[in-house]
Design a protein around this ligand. Structure first.
Ligand SMILES: Cc1cc2nc3c(=O)[nH]c(=O)nc-3n(C[C@H](O)[C@H](O)[C@H](O)COP(=O)(O)O)c2cc1C
Length: 390
């Protein structure tokens, strides 16, 4: 089968049948520098590739001759029902893919009945997202060297009623994303080739640049010096805000301040998972940041069994990095995860078709989950367990 026949090659995202097809449409809709920002991993991108290879290496053992004519994928997360075991992961600079991308993602999540996580580095202010979206909102937090900024985000997220605070622990030192740097002649300044490429994407220019100008880091804008407030200046400035001194003491500090659910995102060992549980966290995200931080880090799915065994009965265990198929999601649930965070797949949807594109990405995944449930002899996620894993 030729590549052309195997993968959809048109521009209509609605006709795509898989996340891979949607990715191909997304790639054509936005300039190269924006797509590579989404797509890439750190250094040799070993972990980026390993994430999906590790998921692919797991095989399922279906049960047969079970009536699965009525099935659903609802589950409970922090005491409330969600319609699918998915959460949209926090991603910064969503406004670079589509106008007010954070709101488009949050609305699509709400329409499906799953939580949306807003990045500290969003392009829409957290209050603005809360005002525009009535669904379950989680606030991702980078604890930065300017602790006043951190306190400011926590207080505002509390005031705006965010359900959970997601503290990202694996970005103490910024990942070296070499592909990202190739697109710039100096920090924040696109290379000539990339400027020409931008001009070749008028639809993107009119969607993203014309209405609001270059997207800014609106959540933290008050804390940035004037020269760093544009996206160009900000991209160079933001890595300097990351703080290598963050420690478990910060988790204890956050636990005292944050009144609702506290989730640590960046756990890859049972020992760290136990530590989070001992400090009173409500959940963890087992993740390697989608292969964007430590290159050669283990794939989350590899360490999930020991983490579930250590803390699965005490806290909510969420996983992400590399999930592209319904089978991937079922493998994680069978191993004991409560839900899966989705990063790039919904960004492909956003780039390809705004809010409708995100809805389409989610519907590809939920359709696949539904099909896998039926094919493995499960009527709901309650029937999914380790017996399905070879
Ligand atoms: C473009 C992009 C931006 C991201 N920005 C953030 C961020 O601001 N905060 C954060 O905690 N994680 C961030 N992440 C990591 C995601 O939350 C998530 O862990 C990762 O994307 C999951 O892997 P996947 O993309 O393979 O699904 C980002 C990921 C991508 C692809």
């Amino acid at each position: 089968m030729t590549l052309k026949r195997k993968y959809y090659s048109g521009n209509n995202f609605r006709r795509t049948n898989s996340i891979e097809e949607l990715r191909r449409v997304a790639r054509r809709q936005v300039p190269n520098f924006a797509f590579e920002y989404v797509e890439g991993g750190s250094e040799s991108e070993r972990t980026l590739h390993w994430n999906s290879e590790a998921l692919g290496a797991i095989r399922l053992v279906p049960n047969t001759l079970i009536d699965t004519s009525t099935r659903h994928q609802r589950t409970n997360l922090f005491g409330q029902e969600i319609n699918s075991p998915l959460i949209i992961a926090p991603t910064g600079l969503n406004g670079m893919l589509s106008q007010r991308g954070d709101i488009a993602l949050a609305r699509a999540a709400t329409k499906l009945g799953i939580p949306f996580s807003l990045s500290t580095l969003s392009n829409v202010r957290l209050e603005d997202v809360a005002r525009n979206v009535a669904g379950r909102l989680w606030m991702q937090l980078y604890v930065m060297s300017d602790r006043e900024l951190t306190s400011n985000i926590i207080a505002r997220a509390d005031e705006a009623g965010y359900e959970a605070l997601v503290f990202t622990s694996d970005a103490n030192v910024f990942g070296h994303r070499e592909w990202d740097q190739r697109n710039y002649r100096q920090p924040g300044k696109l290379s000539l080739r990339n400027m020409i490429d931008v001009a070749q994407h008028p639809r993107w220019v009119f969607d993203v640049l014309v209405p609001h100008g270059v997207p800014r880091f609106e959540n933290i804008i008050d804390f940035m010096p004037p020269e760093a407030q544009s996206a160009q200046g900000g991209v160079a400035f933001v890595p300097k805000l990351f703080d290598a001194s963050i420690s478990w003491e910060d988790v204890a500090w956050l636990r005292e301040r944050w009144p609702r659910k506290l989730i640590i995102k960046g756990i890859l060992s049972a020992a760290d998972a136990r530590h989070a549980a001992e400090l009173g966290c409500d959940g963890i995200v087992v993740t390697n940041h989608g292969g964007r931080q430590l290159d050669s880090a283990v794939a989350p799915i590899e360490v999930l069994p020991e983490i579930v065994e250590a803390v699965g009965n005490r806290m909510t265990v969420i996983i992400d990095s590399g999930f592209r198929r319904g089978t991937d999601v079922i493998k994680a649930i069978a191993t004991g995860a409560d839900a899966v965070m989705i990063g790039r797949p919904t960004l492909y949807g956003l780039a390809a078709g705004g809010e409708d594109g995100v809805t389409h990405a989610l519907s590809i995944l939920t359709t696949e989950i539904d099909r896998v449930l039926g094919q493995t002899g499960c009527r709901s996620l309650e029937d999914v367990g380790p017996h399905l894993l070879a």
